[in-house]
Design a protein around this ligand. Structure first.
Ligand code: PLP
Length: 440
């Protein structure tokens, strides 16, 4: 074997794929893998550079923002600068008994930009852990104030909150990704999925359905937890923000905490900075992740109100017993602050609206394709729902042929491009999604 100056770069594609297949799990994959992944050698702006040409393309336009996270695209000078500057100071230091400027600055910034009333920030490693922390906060709050029987959660069907245990328990138990575990997970309370459509008026009958469930279970409910406005990996469905106001009122009336999981929706994706802003409400607890670092590093935040924090801190065990090794990681928190500054330092609403207009126009033809059930667009999110399970390999290949990367699942071909995606690239992504819908 020839000497390699850089072990990764020089690894021939065939060898890399063989090692990958032999040793590496991929998301929701079997072992060994059955589908050959594409090899990315670098990424810049909205383009992923392939280790070797695929369907004649050396680069693919990224239609996924690496699962909602890379809102500014890849290899952004400002984010590179923030990361390398912090790298020169320290990449990590423990957070127990120590603190540092990147984490403190980020926490203060998050308090400033999230709905009024959220004042305390718990930093963790991933979205799923943020949801674990949120659930722990809620259960501990009730235990601390003398209501230890309030341990269950209520959510609506069609949701997705992550892959660790508590989040899995509030994913849709039927047809959802974690159906397998239905007998083993804590049993939560499920409402019907919210009626679809951002602009579809609030259905009073559905509001009554929520009321009757919350009323019936109030004594055992610690919290209602939902994805606001957009249900992501559970089906890419949109609903009227009015349902969040309904939930806020019902939670107040029946003494239940409200958790909003904004891990996918946060940082502008739906056209508002946070989906809660569409409804003008403040949850008791809010989870953030994904785009928090502009897709640079894994980081999440769970914010709560003083009521929740005080309840915990004045209880029998007056601490929140959670402390990940990499809590508040300086590199991640530094780049998160830089990403937020970058977002807020531009007219991001205009960019999201521009992409929304491009998606509306470019995806419209998909509605006439055989096998397409619905086309829907909200903010910088475009969804084509089929009336059958997508042939993932065929759909992906069709999109790649157009020079675009998308990752369909279930009956969905969807895109949420980086906010820096130009009009021509948005149009190209749409052509690719239509091609994928035709062949998938
Ligand atoms: C709404 C929502 N919550 C939680 C998660 C889990 O986040 P992570 O994959 O970072 O654990 C996701 C991920 O897709 C999500 O979309």
């Amino acid at each position: 074997m020839p000497e390699r100056s850089h072990p990764y770069e020089a690894l021939p594609a065939a060898e890399l794929l063989a090692l990958d297949r032999q040793h590496v799990w991929h998301p929701y994959g079997p072992m060994p893998g059955r589908q050959e992944p594409l090899i990315v050698s670098s990424a810049s702006g909205v383009r992923l550079r392939m280790a070797e040409p695929v369907e004649g393309h050396e680069e693919l336009v990224d239609g996924m923002s690496s699962w909602w996270s890379a809102i500014h695209g890849y290899n952004h000078p400002a984010l590179n600068e923030a990361t390398t500057a912090q790298l020169g100071r320290m990449s990590h230091v423990m957070f127990g008994g120590l603190t540092h400027e990147p984490a403190v600055r980020l926490a203060a910034k998050l308090v400033e930009i999230t709905p009024a009333g959220l004042e305390h920030v718990f930093l963790a490693d991933s979205g799923s852990v943020a949801v674990e922390v949120a659930v722990k906060m809620c259960l501990q709050y009730w235990r601390s104030i003398g209501r230890p029987g309030k341990t269950r959660l209520l959510t609506w069907r069609g949701g997705y909150h992550g892959d660790t245990w508590q989040p899995m328990a509030v994913c849709d138990p039927e047809g959802g990704m974690h159906e397998l575990w239905s007998g083993a997970l804590p049993r939560q309370v499920f409402a019907d999925a919210p009626p679809g459509g951002f602009d579809t008026p609030v259905d009073p009958a559905y509001a009554d359905h929520l009321r009757s469930l919350i009323a019936a279970h109030a004594d055992e409910l610690a919290a209602v937890i939902v994805e606001p406005v957009v249900q992501g990996a559970g089906g890419m469905r949109f609903h009227n923000p009015g349902y969040l106001r309904v939930l806020r009122e019902l939670c107040d009336e029946y003494g239940v905490l409200l958790v909003l999981d904004e891990i996918a929706t946060g940082f502008g994706r739906t056209g508002a900075l946070f989906a809660a802003d569409h409804a003008g409400i403040t949850p008791d607890v809010m989870c953030l992740g994904k785009a928090l670092t502009g897709g640079y590093l894994t980081l999440s935040a769970t914010l709560c109100t003083p009521r929740v924090a005080d309840g915990i801190s004045e209880g029998e065990v007056p601490v929140l017993a959670h402390g990940p090794t990499f809590m508040g990681n300086p590199l991640a928190t530094a780049v998160a602050s830089a990403s937020i500054d970058l977002l807020l330092g531009q007219d991001w609403q205009r960019e999201v609206k521009r992409i929304e207009a491009g998606l509306l126009e470019g995806l419209a033809p998909a509605a006439d394709l055989p096998g397409v059930r619905e086309v829907r667009v909200l903010g910088a999110i475009g969804v084509v729902q089929l009336d059958h399970a997508v042939d993932m390999a065929a759909a992906t290949r069709a999109a790649v042929r157009e020079g675009v990367w998308v990752r369909p699942f279930r009956d969905l071909i969807y895109t949420m491009p980086p906010f820096v995606t130009g009009d021509a690239d948005v149009a190209r992504i749409c052509r690719a999604v239509c091609a994928a819908a035709k062949e998938g």
